[in-house]
Ligand binder design. Structure first.
Ligand SMILES: Nc1ncnc2c1ncn2[C@@H]1O[C@H](COP(=O)(O)OP(=O)(O)OP(=O)(O)O)[C@@H](O)[C@H]1O
Ligand SMILES: [Mg+2]
Length: 223
């Protein structure tokens, strides 16, 4: 599903990524861990096509994203990549349902279809009854689940999450992790998740450690 090969990235004269290779199969949950400043978010942004590497190649679902022009790239990103960040960036003036629909509207999906899918996802995430509320009227955990629904609305090839449970309490964090497992079980959804959360790291199929700009070691979980 994802092949990132030979990824290099520097900021000014400071090398951050020095030849990272990360291949992720469909339906796999990979967690990315490493010290603060190790380059985890940088790598996630490159994989997510939000930033370009200085060298190296990113292929998602068979498409070499480096070959896409800006407009094609934003379309590709909208359809194939779902983002979940620690600070979920829901739009405050829109309801939960509208927030979830936005990527589908960008894809020019009909309102009816988009709302149907969004409602289905809110239901799956246990926040359907909050669909007409604005983010400011939702708890942190509810907002996070709405953000996950938004990430899923276009059935992305891959979900990229940066500290998704970083501002959740342990109960909501556990629920979010279970949700990722359920999505993998039900939809064979693929994930790359940056996390400091040990519980989340241990439910992953693979834990990839980043250190000194390289992948240091990989722990593979049985089953
Ligand atoms: N736009 C930028 N310009 C200059 N330096 C940057 C930029 N973005 C990140 N960096 C630097 O690159 C390094 C890696 O940053 P990155 O955000 O990828 O770290 P991280 O592993 O996600 O850390 P954390 O766990 O704290 O989120 C850091 O030293 C950071 O200061
Ligand atoms: Mg980071």
């Amino acid at each position: 599903m994802l092949q990132a090969t030979g990824i290099y990235k520097s900021y000014g004269t400071l090398p951050i990524l020095k030849g990272v290779d990360l291949h992720v199969a469909k339906g796999e949950i990979v967690s990315l861990i490493g010290a603060s400043g190790a380059g985890k978010s940088t790598l996630l942004h490159i994989i997510g096509t939000l930033d370009r590497p200085d060298r190296g190649k990113v292929v998602i679902n068979g498409t070499d994203v480096g070959s896409l022009q800006a407009k094609q790239l934003s379309m590709f990103r909208n359809e194939h990549i779902g983002f979940v960040f620690q600070f979920h960036h829901l739009l405050p003036e829109f309801t939960a349902l509208e927030n979830v629909c936005i990527p589908a509207f960008i894809k020019k999906e009909s309102r009816k279809k988009a709302e149907h899918r969004a409602t289905e996802l809110l239901d799956l995430l246990g926040v359907r009854q909050r669909a007409d509320h604005k983010p400011g009227e939702l708890s942190g955990g509810e907002q996070q689940r709405v953000a996950v629904a938004r990430a899923l609305v276009n059935n992305p090839s891959i979900i990229l999450a940066d500290e998704p449970s970083g501002n959740l309490d342990s109960e909501n964090a556990a629920a979010l992790h279970k949700l990722f497992m359920d999505l993998r079980a039900q939809l064979n959804q693929t994930f790359v998740v940056v996390t400091h959360n040990e519980e989340l790291a241990t439910i992953a199929d693979r834990i990839v450690h980043i250190k000194d700009g390289r992948i240091e070691s990989v722990d593979r979980h049985a089953g």
